[in-house]
Design a protein around this ligand. Sequence first.
Ligand code: SIN
Length: 558
Amino acid sequence: MSDATAGWGARHGDLDVLVVGSGVAGLSCALRLASGGLRVGVLTKGELVQSATRWAQGGVAAVLGGDEDSTDLHLADTLAAGAGLCDVDAVRVLVDEGPVRVRELIAQGARFDMGPGGDFARAREGGHSAARVVHAGGAATGAEVERALVEATHQTAAAVLEGWFALELLVESGRCRGVRSLPPLGADGAPAPAVDVRAAHTVLATGGAGQLYAVTTNPPESTGDGLAMALRAGVPVADVEFMQFHPTALHHPAMPRPLLSEALRGHGALLRDASGERFVDELAPRDVVSRAMAARMRAQGVEHLWLDATGLEAFGSRFPTISAELEAVGLDPASDWLPIAPAAHYLSGGVMTDLRGASALPGLWAAGEVACSGVHGANRLASNSLLEGMVFGARLAEAVLDGVDGPAPTGVMHALLDGGSDDRGPLDAAPLAQAGSAGTVPPPGDPSGPLDAAKAREDLQRVMTSGAGVIRDAASLDGAARAADLLRKAAPAVHDRASGELADLLDASRAVLRAASVRTETRGAHARSDHPDTDPAWRRRIVLSAGRVAVLDELVAP
Ligand code: SIN
């Protein structure tokens, strides 16, 4: 059912639950809630299938059998990749409940690749000590997961609001009551006035913010909308300095960048520098590989390195979608080394939630990439993202069905609710450097008048790529913050989806830049050339809340 009229609220009354976003987390949650008899709405700015989920390649990391593997090993690998910032309880939930959720998804119609013996085909990816990544269509896992979930959602009574852009959380008397939202354009192309879509519970499942960067594997929809709405409403957000860069995006003008799945390295593909030398363990966690690549590119003065997949057997049948993408750009993996460079891929932090998905604001929940559940820490382990969406989307739904109505001191919420914090000033504090010292960051054009939203978005992406990329420092972050401030001042008022996405990207950029400048160490996906070491005293979360920045007192358990 699609409803595109401004009278939606008046005609439908309040929903029990409004899910904003239609990827794996949002639909896993909506399906359960609708099956539980609640009045559910799924609001998405595109079509239901248009989520970052369908771009996910490698697969789902879950221990579904195999003598050499165990959930304890999966837990240990996730903690190691997360570089000391994972919440152990959250990871335990992830690895223990993951296998059940994968089997449920299969029961809902998802088809995973099977091996010759009739068991799941399993791949190994970076940071995993065993081959435990199950996949579909070779490296088209997200597309299959999304297909199955969309089809299942259409079988339920959930109301689907496609083409609706969420502007702001409705917060009344200390509780979230839904979202203010722009309906789709009218038949004559005219914008309709904003509508309040009201619900007893609101779930943010809006995905990530890869569009902050000029080079990203994320689709155009990944504009940090849920994160920005939470920030504007003062809801605590953490770990946003950890934007993960995927090491092996194809170096090609296409945007989003075609991804050369980590599974290729799991099958034996090699990384080579400009001289053809290997320089890093191909199966190290992603942050390690991306950082080594960025350093090598800088040292050799090149814009890309190489992935050598010439030794892989049956490339075309094992990776049909990647094979087709390479063929389309005239590359043959059997004979050509493939040009690659890191690209913004996944925001490890987000809206802080307890172990059942509740945020600090009663009535507001979050799951998937928009959330900080504590499972990723400073660097997400490969193929844990679809898993997180299905595990925590389901947990959240069960909590709502159980009548839970606010956060508990579990997971990352424990330190927030029960501990103290060290205030580091306002979120929008002026950058530290003096005017004129923009470091390496190119200033945006001439933002003396209101900017076109598309142009401003490109400027911001350039600014973030130069200032807050794989390797940052105080000067680059500071220059980026000042350039982003100029863009914010010149941004058009929010009146449509393009200007709304720009506002969200600008607010998300401020959060990423502030957190990244406060964290004076190198950890996981946050690499500072001016603070190259990991500092044990920094095993703490940086929280942005109610317009301020704070560092939680409590050390994260190792
Ligand atoms: C990949 O296939 O390399 C991406 C999977 C992921 O981001 O976990």
